[in-house]
Design a binder for this molecule. Sequence first.
Ligand SMILES: [Zn+2]
Ligand SMILES: [Zn+2]
Length: 132
Amino acid sequence: MSPKKRRETDNLDQALAEVRRREKTYRERALKMYPRICARCGREFTGERLRELTVHHIDHDHENNPRDGSNWELLCLYCHENEHLRYLDAESYGPQPGGENKPVSTYKPFAGLEALLNQEEHSANDASDEST
Ligand SMILES: [Zn+2]
Ligand SMILES: [Zn+2]
């Protein structure tokens, strides 16, 4: 899927900048603390690819950043997304009597990041502008 429309690009940029700003503090610490290896698939990340290695919060609480790093786990983008999908699955399974649709607060810090990374790879060909 490669949507040509670029709606909400500004929002995405802003959200991403915010995520990066917040993440920066603990990401750098986590990277110093742990080997730069995805805890799930075991791939090693160096140089440019290091940006694909992300900090996962084991208890899924992004505010919980203990100094000893005990709530952090380094996961690559793909394993990180899988980890969150599993978590969401676990939450959404089971009957929901009364049909009450409580909005699930899903923190997906890297939902746009992967797309962005892909975009960067192809950006050389992407010079179209829809505005007139
Ligand atoms: Zn991985
Ligand atoms: Zn996570």
